[in-house]
Design a protein around this ligand. Sequence first.
Ligand code: AGP
Length: 618
Amino acid sequence: MCGIFGYVGERDVVEVLVAGLKRLQYRGYDSCGIAVLDGNELAIVKEAGRIERLEQVLSRYTFQAKVGIAHTRWATHGKPTPTNAHPHIDCHGTVSIVHNGVIDNFLNLRESLLNRGHILRSETDTEVIAHLIEEELSKISHEGEKAFVFLKAVMKAVSQLKGSYAIACLWEGAPGVIVSARQGSPLLIGVGNNEACIGSDLNAVLPITKQVILLNDGELALVTQTKVWVFDIEGKEKKVAVQRIEWEVTEEDRAGFPTFMLKEIYEQPERIRKIIALRCQGANPPIFEELDMPPSQLIGFRRIIVQAAGTSWHSGLYGKYLFERYLRIPTDAEIASEFRYREPVLEQDTLVIAISQSGETADTLAGIRQARSRFVPVLSLCNVPGSTMTRESDAVIYLHAGPEIGVASTKAYTAQLAHLFLLTLHLARLKWLLSQDNINQLLDQFNQLPEKMEKILDEQESIVRECAKTFLDSRYFLYLARGINYPTALEGALKLKEVSYIHASGYPAGEFKHGPIALVDKDTPVVCIAPVDSVYEKTLANIEEVKARGGRLIVVTTEGNRDFDEMAEFIFTIPQIHEDLTPLLTVIPLQLLAHHVAAMKGLDVDKPRNLAKSVTVE
Ligand code: AGP
């Protein structure tokens, strides 16, 4: 989704803004632009398409600027054209604004502005904000420091908005100042040494400084090179809380991999190693230092609702299998956008678990707010420190997947599964449902994951590549599995859809004969996830049914299993591991398959069409 960056300081502003935009581009965008104050004059350059194109245009100009704002746009209102790209300006071109979010009442605001003689150039909801600021500037006194005059005008303008926004604005009348406001869309401020920046995301801000102010909803900030002020919407000054955020910023290069997605698939063993080092010291139950919820509360829940979106929902489903099996707690895994509007029954002895890579997904966030408004505690499993979900939940467990740049989630997924497994052991120990011996045995299996993941990456990649080449032109794929690998079938299908644009569906293998089997013909690739586990015999029978109807079988199974030698066209193997850990292995060939199909089709794997990394609108 859209990204915001802004800078005030001594560095080359255009260079810093472009670098900031590049760090935001993984979120998905279709146009981009910057505004700088060159002396007292606003200069705006914006383009449809890639940042490289903007850079080319920028190379024709020389600006003497100390302050600027920048934006990557993911179109909502109006096509991705240079006119609709941000920054937007007022009638006179003295106010400039970038915006993330959606202004729900923009049509009314636009109509009244037009009636009052404003000329609006774009189709966006954002542009109305620049014009509202212009009007407010014309109404209020310009006595006193211009920075505060500007702040007051922005405050009055945003109080007319309904919807969600994170904005950053410049005004020719107050050079050296960025005014920002936040309501429902993330925004943070980096406070450096004689410089400051603002950004919608840590990736953009942390290369400048690790000292960060996390703005809350309903707050505005006045940002200058040497000082930052924070106010509420009534204009009351608030105490500024600067915190140091430790988070590795991803290198822009892909470390020799052709795509970030492939780099991130290959990073998984290392990530799990880090999680082991952090959570499983010796043979103790897993450690969650940051989990700020007393054991007495943790053992008292009688129901769990996991709510999340997309890939994170798939890991939530995996959590359901574990929680019910080991903790005997009834668990639902809910799609966040449904959970929120379904009027769910929420009782005091329920724990809501939210899972999210970004910590900013609007649907999941709304579910958190809904639960908390009904006094139901929320535990979030989240990858990004300081994100809105981590601040709005009762307790947090960090995923330690490191920044994920590819839009298709891979390493964050396995980090989610790993943490759900460890959380289950932690709760089982607290509730005395597993002995120390049982925990040790399970942790011993868990500790073997990195090595086994590496083995798959080393030994299976060429077979997966061959398979991708064979099925490149297929129109649709089916994915089948039972039990704890059913979420793997959903995840494998989602990965393929996201990056290759080939339709794919995941089904529980036992459900397949109740309808979807009608789809199978002699050309249909059917990916069957069938490790040798407690439901293997049943899965095998379902696979036979598919084979009998001519489907072309691609099977993921355990090393040494020869059952598919005659039956399957491709077999991807995983090393032997405890059944409940197989999803962390079986997903790897499926991630590779999706990647290779998309790459062979010549598609932009890291930035698939229509998708955004962080989905901050409903
Ligand atoms: C994953 O590949 C997708 N890009 C998407 O489904 C994602 O998992 C979903 O939007 C939820 O995001 P979150 O984990 O950041 O909340």
